[in-house]
Write a protein that binds this ligand. Sequence first.
Ligand code: 16G
Length: 242
Amino acid sequence: MIDKNSPLPIYHQLEEVIKNAIQTQRLLPGEMIPSEREYTEKYEISRMTVRQAVTNLVNEGYLYRKRGVGTFVAHQKIEQPLKGLTSFSEDMQSRGHEPSTRVIRLSEVHADRDLAAKLEVEAGTPILELKRVRLADQLPMAYETVYLSKALSRGLTEEMALTSIYGYVEKTFGLKIQYGRQSIEASIAQKIEAEMLGVAVGDPVLRIERISRLDTNKPFEVAHSVYRADRYKLTIEMERSS
Ligand code: 16G
């Protein structure tokens, strides 16, 4: 399977061998791949070559390393279409994953100038700050801090925050969430985020800010979400205008 006379570099050929084993499910997500030594012996190639191939596949997201343990096959990322204003619970359910939530803190804070401008309230207005870890099939996906205008979140308890906030706003108050504006940035996990998401400090994340409005055009939330970049990818459908 590895042709030493081929013009294709050997590390690249080994990458293809490993990718093929993943695609044909001879190596399953979460499974440890054979050791460097096994590959060097099986294909009579150098350790350096094996290391190069594995590093490339780690960088491309096919594999991940656990320090001191080994290298494993990565899980398929959850794909999130950038279309429609949906909640985390809806996003996960529609992709066949079970959403769950760990509430880290629900507290009252005073809106600083930036939040006040975004929520269209006076600076210093009391607002709710809700910090949650969002999980899919028990695996941490995102760490979210949501700021909610108090008028629209009266009576919100930590217990309620274990389920859907969008559901709560819509069902409890009979309000309609209508419009959202979102930005997405590549970033790296800071200390607390890494702890909450179960990754290392400096691992890649997607930093998303969303401002959502009701059908009255009143903003009701500013959400700062940090998604694990190894578990989540965003897709967009595009049409070329004529
Ligand atoms: C999503 C939203 C967040 C919203 C939450 C409500 C992103 C980046 N953010 O996580 O703004 O507060 O859904 O989810 O998608 P819930 O209704 O399940 O609590």
